[in-house]
Design a binder for this molecule. Sequence first.
Ligand code: GRF
Length: 202
Amino acid sequence: KRVAVLISGRGSNMAALIYAAQAPDCPYEVALVASDKPDAEGLALARAEGVATANLPPARGNRAGFEIALADAIDAAGIDYIACAGYMRILGDDFVKRYAGRIINIHPSLLPAHKGLDTHAAVLAAGEKVTGATVHHVVAELDSGPILGQVRVAVQPGDTVETLAERVRIAEHQLFPRVLAELVAAEVSPEALLTKVRALAL
Ligand code: GRF
């Protein structure tokens, strides 16, 4: 199956997805990388690994136009699944509905705890002893889709946002390729997908 990865930044999770796909039994390949930021560091890494990158109009101030171009690039590349890996823009309803059941996201907390931005600061402020990462289906409401997999990460005394973020990232790099591979391998039938899409659209 062909996967598109959406990024906004350095793309370490994207890299984890690309490298995991080298395993002979991996059921997906990363066929496209797209970013809302033309200068995202991850784009250079994708190109260096021989992965196609989408050439898109500026996203700023024109979300609808940007998402139409993004969907066109995704469809032209024959993409089956979309993985948001540090994609920092909220996807519009039309885009989410169009790919419902086939678009997933990674979030650096044990959802439903600590949705939204500045997750690690919120985890530290709340005095959590354990945090982690979650891969979930993307639905219109932010960080709220059905959960596909989680990994737990202990918070250590003296952790800062930076040290915690770095450790959670290491855990994310294990979790994301595994969950994506499981989802793809599950080979959801068109009928089951339709049921799922209806459920997600509620
Ligand atoms: C990850 O921690 C992800 O969970 C969050 O943003 C970060 C992206 O990091 N949404 P990277 O670009 O994959 O290195």
